[in-house]
Design a protein around this ligand. Structure first.
Ligand SMILES: [Zn+2]
Length: 460
């Protein structure tokens, strides 16, 4: 039997004696028994939110999407990559139904917010060369550099480019000069620790004389396969990374362009990221820059008597969310769990070797929470760790899941409750809208992108 498609085929296979015997000797996620249920519930705290909790007025939602499109139907293995990132601002005080406690209509919210922008990165993906480059990898590297450099908040100011934000974030990793990036390896000769500078002139490797770009630090080039029919992997990585880069960029721009009153603006802002507060794959080390950057901003706000900046990742797909939905019927309304490594290892991820490190050690800058609201709906969200780094691993591992360390939790919950909608179970309105604006139309709409690609290349 080779047909695993569909539920019926799957149920059929689990009835097979050999498979059933095999499953008996495996451990996996299961319906909890009474004893386990008591234990699981002990990880949840009751939540009583004061209705007068106040969260920021400026809600900035960020989402991204990616798509790989064929250049022409009759040309095989030749693709363009698109990554679209959207950014929109919603002002709480313009949504009257929030004050009247009426049903919050997502369409009303969508109509109200006019301050939105979307930016599309177009990259060579497979089997094509850009300008005079000789390989797909070099074409991708050049184009990525050009796009990060050309995205500017203020056209006349180089300091406002995404590339400038990349330099700044990189400097936070290990205190490097903000105008220098040390590449771990040269993309061509693999020479170690090669320096590139924040200058407009072309820069070359001292060993092999190939051209170097500061954006090589993201190491997306490592995942490009010259002969592959598709190069979706670096596109997926960049799709994940760009949301966090844009988050840092927005905060950096508010500070740079409003030196007089940036604290007032930041303390009255909440950023909503579609997805986890985590950076995966080759650019993962930038998670530590995000953690330090957010910590430093909050320290500055606190020291000057302002509210802390709020950042929340709305998780719409993860093992924690799947488990929480699975568990939902056993949980009480208005309860919350600050997910510890212990809870994760016991009930969600089945690997039994005690880890010497902590979950998400090299990727996450936010803590997972499972929240069941008063209407019985599950939300899994992340908020930034209240620590600058993870250097004291043992302390960090214990303290990151101590709910008392998250001083703004009540404000986050009030925000989640206000923007809940009967139309979605696990998400909230700003996250759903930002996803909508970032979406690159899939079939049949994706034909439009295929058409654009062909137009750009002058093929039709
Ligand atoms: Zn080299």
């Amino acid at each position: 039997m080779s047909n695993f498609d569909g539920q019926a085929g799957f149920l059929e296979i689990t009835k097979n004696i050999e498979v059933a015997e095999f499953l008996k000797s495996c451990q996996f996620m299961h319906e909890p028994n009474d004893n386990e249920l008591e234990k699981i519930k002990s990880y949840f705290n009751d939540l009583h939110i004061n209705e007068s909790e106040i969260y920021p007025n400026n809600i900035i939602a960020i989402a991204s999407d990616h798509y790989e499109a064929k250049v022409r139907d009759d040309i095989p293995f030749t693709n363009v990559g698109y990554i679209k990132v959207s950014n929109f601002l919603l002002r709480k005080n313009r949504i009257t139904s929030l004050e009247n406690r009426r049903f919050l209509d997502p369409f009303e919210v969508a109509r109200l917010q006019k301050e939105k922008e979307a930016y599309t990165f177009i990259l060579p993906s497979s089997n094509m060369l850009y300008k005079d480059e000789k390989t797909v990898t070099d074409s991708f590297r050049l184009r990525l550099y050009e796009m990060l450099k050309s995205y500017k908040t203020d056209e006349a100011n180089e300091e406002t480019s995404l590339l400038a934000t990349l330099f700044y974030l990189n400097s936070l990793k290990n205190g490097e000069n903000p105008n220098i990036i040390t590449l771990s390896r040269c993309p061509s000769c693999k020479a170690k620790n090669v320096k590139v500078f924040n200058v407009n002139e072309k820069q070359f490797c001292k060993e092999c004389h190939c051209i170097l770009y500061p954006s090589d630090v993201l190491r997306l080039w490592e995942e490009i396969n010259e002969d592959s029919a598709s190069n979706i992997s670096p596109l997926t990585r960049f799709d994940n990374f760009i949301k966090h880069l844009l988050l840092a960029h927005n905060i950096r721009m508010i500070k740079l362009l409003n030196s007089e009153n940036y604290r007032t603006i930041l303390s009255d802002s909440i950023f909503v990221i579609n997805g986890s507060l985590a950076i995966y794959g080759t650019p993962a080390s930038f998670y530590s820059s995000m953690q330090k950057f957010i910590y430093d901003i909050n320290k500055d706000l606190e020291d000057h008597g302002f509210n802390r900046l709020m950042i929340i990742g709305i998780v719409e797909s993860s093992s924690v969310l799947s488990y929480a939905n699975f568990l939902n019927k056993h949980l009480l309304n208005s309860t919350i769990c600050c997910v510890s490594d212990e809870f994760r290892a016991k009930y969600i991820d089945y690997h039994k070797i005690e880890s010497g490190t902590t979950f998400g050690n090299e990727t996450f800058y936010g803590q997972d929470f499972i929240y069941k609201n008063s209407k019985g709906k599950i939300k899994v969200f992340q908020i930034p760790y209240p620590y600058r780094d993870k250097s004291n691993l043992q302390v960090f591992k214990n303290e990151k899941s101590n709910i008392k360390n998250y001083k703004d939790l009540d404000r986050y919950i009030k925000f989640l409750d206000d923007f809940d909608s009967d139309m979605f179970s696990n998400s909230i309105i700003p996250a759903v809208l930002s996803k909508k604006y970032s979406i690159i139309n899939m079939q049949p709409g994706s034909d439009v992108l295929n058409l654009i690609s062909k137009n750009l290349l002058g093929k039709i």
